[in-house]
Write a protein that binds this ligand. Structure first.
Ligand code: PRX
Length: 629
């Protein structure tokens, strides 16, 4: 029997007994003693065109290289290899529309054909190995086709969350010098239409590298098509070029797979670069072991493909394991807050992986909504993106998991590509703790001088071992890669989070230590929000901070100094919020905006956000010796 003993959940013994990893601590010790041996064994479970010479080449650290000399393609392992065995006619992807009126299914065989058609089309547009392609799509099957089509021919995708504004999209298209953009006419967001194509039109005006735009018909909204540049996807599919067969290109293990922009401490987003070989081994292994993937499972990860969770555990990881993936176009509460529970029941979802913010928002609607549904198909739950507070953990465990399902809290980052801290299903779980290091990982918590802190004390979270799915660099910015992650403590990876370890070896993540704010699990940089604010004509200076929020984890509070001659009006705050939504993204809208005379700054002119944060929470302001007069 599963039982909750004080604040430790012990899954039923049968869970560990039947899991891929029956004794996790034993494998943890074994893999840590020989990480390369562990990763080589896992890599052997996948198919390679040519074997590797070396598992890990660390001769140019921190530019680590994995499975050097090997030839492979992640798509061969996601699709091709399933076509010769029992998975051929298995469902690879199930999709339902936001309003529930449409439902599509793709077997591995048919998904492969769709990917091939898209690959042939983009090849005909001149996209070849190494070219960047920007994908700006809603959660529709074409996002799978597009990502896999790029990877198949060796092109590098850059997926942009389809909630980013035209400015944010333009700067990312520009930075990646994409030749092609794949988008849709519009997307459905809680019943209304978000005009993706017109945002792309706006963005592409400033992006001289873009030669073609492929437009998927989705929302039926009116769009303007540039006769030379823009093409309806349905028209392209009707061309003879859109054949259902296409060669999967043999690539070097270290050839780039994708770039993904994420927020850092400066206004310029970082382009995280991932490669084929190591990433496929890392995502495959972590998903298989942490979520105990079995052939009969139906996996649902609620993340959007615009974020790393969507890349690793909605698209690539599940297909690598030969799973059936479910993708839902909509969100959890439209039209009613039972939408997700209804889908779990309808499709018989076995593993459900989501974010604490979603759980907290659904808790508020009460238990009656989930209780209307039969959720007994679930065997594992998962959480990602921010610390899960014990209250949300218990609700998820009791109301959704019926006190039987283990909850895999997974700590990782866009940079890490795969889980770093988590558990396997059979292990005891502590609500609020992300668990223990994943196999082969060496996690430490350091003080400012680089010494390990004693158990129970807070410090900086670092990763001491390289791992296969690690970022290889920041695209075209090797120096920033070294400076950001590898310079604070030479030779170890600085995660940017603070954490503590308890006496049982469980890790407790506290939060970011830099100028990154996690809002509803989304990663935003204070500098990005500030630069959106100062682009408003009334604002001369701005500071953004994150303050604790019951549902979102953190909410953005902003302080603005107005330009000389500008006056605060009753509508100004709302106008500035709308301005941030339009110039960055609706997810970045500050909850509150205060007009102030002056911002606290150091004598060298740096905004002291920690002072603002302390003041807003009525806390001690700490050391003010560097504050200017
Ligand atoms: O602060 C940590 C938090 O999310 C950050 C990484 O954000 P991003 O690159 O957007 O990736 C999110 C999805 C992998 C981390 O530095 N974070 C992520 N997962 C957890 C978490 N904090 C606590 N517990 C987690 N499980």
């Amino acid at each position: 029997m599963a039982e909750l003993d004080g604040d430790v959940f012990h899954p039923d013994r049968s869970v560990a007994a039947t899991a891929h990893v029956p004794d996790a601590d034993a494998l943890r010790a074994e893999a840590l003693a020989d990480p390369q041996g562990f990763w080589a064994d896992m890599a052997d479970e996948l198919e390679w065109f040519e074997p590797w010479d070396k598992v890990l080449d660390d001769s140019d650290a921190p530019f680590y290289r994995w499975f050097t000399g090997a030839r492979c393609n992640i798509v061969h392992n996601c699709l091709d290899r399933h076509l010769t065995g029992p998975n051929k006619n298995k469902l690879a992807l199930i999709w339902q529309s936001e309003d529930g009126s449409e439902h599509k299914t793709y077997s591995y065989y048919s998904l492969n054909r769709q990917v091939n058609m898209m690959a042939n089309i983009i090849k005909a547009m001149g996209i070849t190995k190494g070219d960047r392609v920007t994908i700006y799509l809603p959660r529709i099957p074409e996002v799978f086709f597009a990502m896999l089509a790029c990877a198949k021919i060796g092109a590098v995708h850059s997926v942009i969350f389809a909630g980013f504004s035209s400015d944010a999209l333009a700067s990312r298209i520009d930075d990646s010098e994409s030749k092609l953009v794949i988008t849709a006419d519009g997307s459905f967001v809680n019943g209304s239409v978000f005009p993706l194509k017109s945002i792309v039109d706006e963005a592409v005006r400033y992006s001289p590298t873009v030669e073609n735009v492929i437009v998927v018909r989705r929302a039926g909204n009116e769009v303007t098509m540039d006769a030379l540049r823009d093409h309806w996807y349905s028209d392209l599919l009707a061309l003879p070029i859109a054949k259902g067969t296409c060669e999967t290109v043999s690539l070097d293990s270290e050839d780039p797979l994708y770039i993904l922009y994420t927020s850092g401490s400066t206004g310029k987003p970082k382009a995280i670069l991932h490669t084929h070989g190591g990433y496929m081994v890392g995502t495959y292994t972590t998903l298989k072991y942490t979520f105990d993937m079995r052939p009969e499972d139906r996996w649902w990860c609620t993340a959007d493909p615009g974020w790393v969770t969507g890349h690793s555990y909605l698209v690539y990881g599940p297909l690598l394991t030969g799973a059936t993936v479910f993708m839902f176009e909509g969100g959890p509460t439209y039209p009613y807050p039972n939408r997700w529970w209804q889908l779990i029941e309808y499709y018989g979802i076995t593993q459900f992986y989501t974010a604490p913010t979603a759980i907290r928002s659904l808790m508020r609607f009460g238990e009656a909504w989930p209780n209307r549904h039969d959720l007994s198909s679930l065997r594992l739950l998962g959480s990602v993106g921010e610390p899960i507070n014990p209250e949300a953990w218990h609700w998820f465990h009791r109301v959704i998991g019926k006190e039987q399902c283990p909850i895999m809290d997974t700590w990782w980052q866009t940079e890490t590509g795969m889980f770093q801290i988590t558990q396997t299903p059979g292990e005891p779980q502590k609500p609020g703790s992300a668990g223990k290091p994943f196999f082969g990982q060496d996690v430490a918590i350091l003080d400012a001088d680089g010494n390990e802190v004693p158990d129970g004390e807070e410090g900086f979270l670092v990763l001491k071992n390289p791992w296969p799915a690690m970022l290889r660099t920041l695209y075209r910015d090797d120096q920033r890669y070294v400076d950001t992650y590898w310079s604070t403590y030479p030779g170890v990876y600085l995660a940017g989070d603070s954490a503590r370890r308890d006496a049982d070896g469980y890790l407790w993540i506290i939060g970011r230590t830099d100028d990154v704010i996690k809002v509803s699990g989304h990663r935003l940089g204070t500098a990005e929000v500030e630069s959106a604010l100062v682009s408003h004509p009334a604002v001369s200076e701005a500071a953004a901070i994150g303050l604790p929020h019951e549902v979102k984890g953190n909410a953005i509070h902003a302080y603005v100094v107005l330009r000389v001659g500008e006056k605060e009006t009753p509508t100004l705050a709302e106008e500035l919020r709308a301005h941030v939504a339009q110039h960055l993204s609706p997810i970045a809208k500050p909850d509150a905006i205060d007009v102030v005379e002056k911002l606290p700054k150091t004598r060298s002119g740096k905004i002291m956000r920690r002072v603002l944060k302390a003041r807003a929470q009525g806390l001690d302001e700490g050391d003010l010796s560097t504050l200017e007069e």
